[in-house]
Design a protein around this ligand. Structure first.
Ligand SMILES: Nc1ncnc2c1ncn2[C@@H]1O[C@H](COP(=O)(O)OP(=O)(O)O)[C@@H](O)[C@H]1O
Ligand SMILES: [Mg+2]
Length: 328
């Protein structure tokens, strides 16, 4: 097996524009391998035990995510996109483009990337606590473990990450959901998965799109307009807020006729003045009642069926930041 050396391009300028000049997506390349400068593909294979099943930490549309123990002792997550189809290539390029422009403490950071045969590898810093989806919905007893103050901190962090994305590099994420919010060892939120993201030119406000995203998070207007917008991301973020408040999935697949859509269920409870029933029983607490109601109010603004009435993510950030963690 040839021993490729990862080419290193260290960040020289703070301006993200400089990056793209160095991106040559046709060739084997990498960027910002800050954590481990002399990494080779053999190191990558070793660090994942040859992409061993036991190293798998996630799976998604186009491939698997592996945990890697790098030679310098640090951990990384490696997304391995395999196959030969154009859509996979587009996802790879979208992710590299978005993450090489976008750097923020609430976004997952891309440490390097390369092509290896038919595979595309994306190397990220490792998020010790996995995804928010895992903590809310997968982990046995998970929801009772995530206290309200932790949930609020996650909401604030994710909102900051999205606000940065919308403003600085002008990127619509298009797939905001709990499995794309990753948590580090201190439960700080980092947005991930930019495979569907789209970069907008400075004065554009939307991008035409195939209907993409994930059931339960797709804003209602997308089915008619086929247009992704910043306000569309705000809708999906509102659904994430509802998940944090209720501990429920956006769409619960149940037997028979009782299939529940979270947005409709919350609106129904509100109209019946049954707000208290909305909240996850493990965070229902007198001390937090006011904060829960405030966040519910913000969530409901985000999921307004009319995109023109939804707030911008900047407004959401300032409302969420006004709620002080630990204060009631
Ligand atoms: N940097 C990371 N650290 C830890 N886990 C990760 C990391 N990146 C991804 N994962 C895990 O893999 C899953 C899928 O990753 P994601 O980037 O969302 O790709 P996909 O396009 O396959 O959905 C995540 O939900 C998470 O559980
Ligand atoms: Mg994902």
């Amino acid at each position: 097996m040839p021993e490729y050396q990862l080419k290193i391009w260290m960040r020289k300028s703070a301006g993200h524009r400089d990056y793209l000049m160095h991106l040559d997506l046709q060739s084997w390349c990498s960027l910002r391998m800050q954590t481990c400068k002399d990494l080779t593909i053999v190191d990558l294979l070793k660090s994942t035990n040859n992409f061993n099943q036991s190293n798998i930490i996630g799976c998604g549309g186009f491939g698997l995510v592996y945990k890697a123990d790098l030679p310098n002792g640090l951990k990384a997550a490696i997304k391995r996109l395999s196959g030969d189809c154009g859509q996979m290539e587009r996802e790879f390029q979208a992710e590299v483009e978005a993450l090489s422009r976008a750097q923020h403490k609430n976004l997952v950071s891309l440490q390097g990337y390369c092509r290896y045969g038919n595979d595309r590898l994306l190397i990220y810093s490792y998020m010790e606590n996995g995804s928010l989806d895992y903590w809310l919905h997968e982990r046995v007893d998970g929801s009772s473990f995530l206290r309200w103050d932790t949930r609020l901190k996650i909401a604030q962090g994710a909102a900051h990450g999205l606000a940065y994305l919308h403003k600085e590099p002008n990127i619509i994420h298009r797939d905001i959901k709990t499995s794309n919010i990753l948590l580090d060892d201190r439960f700080e939120a980092h947005l991930a998965d930019f495979g569907l993201s789209r970069l907008l030119c400075p004065y554009d406000t939307h991008v035409t799109t195939d209907l993409v995203g994930t059931l339960g998070y797709i804003p209602p207007e997308y089915s008619q307009t086929l247009t992704a917008t910043f306000r569309g991301d705000v809708y999906s973020f509102g659904v994430v807020l509802l998940e944090l408040l209720t501990g429920k999935r956006p769409v619960e697949v149940c037997k028979g006729r009782n299939c529940r859509d979270l947005v409709a269920w919350v609106f129904q409870k509100k109209s019946e003045k049954g707000e208290e029933e909305i909240f996850d029983s493990s965070i229902r607490d007198r001390d937090w009642e006011k904060q829960l109601m405030e966040v519910l109010g913000i969530a409901c603004k985000c999921i307004d069926q009319d995109p023109r009435r939804r707030p911008s993510i900047d407004e959401v950030v300032s409302w969420l930041d006004e709620i002080e963690i630990g204060k009631t």
